[in-house]
Ligand binder design. Structure first.
Ligand code: NAP
Length: 384
């Protein structure tokens, strides 16, 4: 197998390192040579001498000797051209690009099928956690009922800092940024977009339907205050940015939202930059995957596994219909904080200083907004 790695940044360079270090063992496992022919990046980096360095990805996608193109540049424009051109040149593709797959997965998977090549993308969700392969292969007997995850390590790290160090959002963000946790475009993480990309891919894999990414509602963590964190703690909850997807009558309920999670739930114990994915299905019931969702070797590990998997015969099927209706999941318990008593059905009420805190019964968001009309209040979803 001859491989071209396009993008030699955090993940791409890790892929070169792992494939170089583990070459002999991997070759023995699949009983064939595993060779990186090209390393392609905008800036030259130190590469083992047998790897050809190029600045131009066309060298990789047009070389008839290359069997597998590994796209690790990110973004949705050039990356799309690389992937589609590679597929049309009958090359298998491995990518970690969740943004591209959430937006254009349907077109890419269709092209892969037409050209009878593999497209693997394990690293796009949960870094090194093998959740997509589990959905696609190990859980194939099951119908997915619900997927719940903490899918963005940066926001989980910030929420952990806010809670443990009693910081407000801006203070925690500054520390996370200083430690290199925040991307050049922080909105992707902080506004829930990255988590939405990932739940979109997980939901497509789990429910076997294409979900229009633009219809997924994502709310980020910028509005979580120290005050609400304190009250959550006092009431036995912890803030987590929860990505969720479940089948509803005529479509898929799917969203990303800061949510108070009961501290006794396993998901609530996932701290720092760790990720968790909980899949509920009909035969195995609840399965929980926990691990690091990002980082050079974590992510490169999943990419290398995918590269090796291209040696298998059987292609993953992505023959899905379009999901007809995509809804935010609005039926939930809610946390409401107001500066005066409210007329709302609740299961827990707490008052401190001038604040009135309610945890409602499970109800539709509409019922609350209609009933509270012009009242001034802060509201978050509650789980468990
Ligand atoms: N980092 C993680 O932990 C992680 C986890 C899961 C998934 N991912 C995904 O993995 C992908 C790569 O992420 P990353 O963190 O490795 O990004 P990165 O460190 O920014 O690396 C991307 C590399 O691609 C290079 N590049 C950009 N345009 C190029 C082009 N036209 N031709 C050749 N090289 C080009 C960049 O060069 P310059 O720097 O010179 O622009 C950079 O070295 C993304 O899709 C990301 O979402 C990353």
């Amino acid at each position: 197998m001859k491989i071209g790695v396009v993008g030699l940044g955090t993940v791409g360079y890790g892929v070169v390192e792992i494939l170089t270090n583990e070459k002999q063992r991997l070759e023995k496992t699949i009983n064939q040579e595993v060779t990186i022919k090209y390393g392609c990046g905008l800036e030259e980096v130190d590469l083992p001498e047998e790897i050809i360095y190029t600045k131009d990805y066309h060298d990789v996608i047009n070389d008839p000797e290359v069997d597998v193109v590994v796209e690790l540049i990110g973004g949705t424009t050039i990356a799309k051209d690389i992937i589609l051109s590679a597929i049309n040149n009958k090359k298998h593709v491995v990518t970690a690009n969740k943004a591209l797959l959430a937006h254009d997965g349907k077109e890419i998977f269709k092209a892969a099928k037409e050209n009878d090549v593999h497209i693997f993308y394990e690293a796009s969700v949960g870094g090194g956690i093998p959740v997509l392969v589990s959905q696609k292969e190990s859980l194939i007997a099951n119908n997915t009922k619900e997927i719940v995850g903490i899918l963005n390590g940066t926001t989980n790290f910030i929420l952990t800092l806010m809670e443990n160090e009693n910081l407000d959002f801006d203070e925690a963000l500054t520390i996370a940024d200083g430690l290199g946790y925040v991307e050049a475009n922080p909105a992707l993480d902080l506004d829930g977009i990255d988590a939405a990309h990932k739940i979109c891919i997980l939901a497509q894999n789990g429910f076997h339907q294409y979900i229009d990414f633009d219809k997924i509602k994502a709310v980020g963590i910028r509005n979580i205050t120290k005050t609400d964190m304190d009250y959550a703690k006092k009431l036995g909850y912890r803030f987590k940015m929860i990505a969720q997807a479940k089948e509803v009558n005529d479509g898929i309920g799917i969203d990303v939202a800061p949510t108070l999670v009961n501290r006794n739930e396993l998901v609530a114990s996932v701290m720092d930059s760790y990720n968790v994915v909980e899949i509920d299905n009909d035969y195995v019931n609840n399965i929980i995957y926990y691990g690091r969702g990002a980082g050079r070797y974590v992510t490169a590990s999943a990419v290398v596994s995918d590269i090796i998997k291209t040696s298998q015969q059987e292609k993953w099927s992505h023959d899905y219909p379009d999901c007809q209706h995509v809804y935010p999941i609005t039926k939930s318990k809610y946390y409401i904080r107001a500066s005066k008593p409210l007329d709302v059905d609740y299961e827990t009420y707490y008052s401190e200083k001038a604040d009135h805190i309610y945890i409602t019964h499970e109800m539709e968001l509409d019922e609350i907004t209609t009933r509270l009309n012009d009242e001034d209040y802060v509201i978050f979803k509650v789980r468990g």
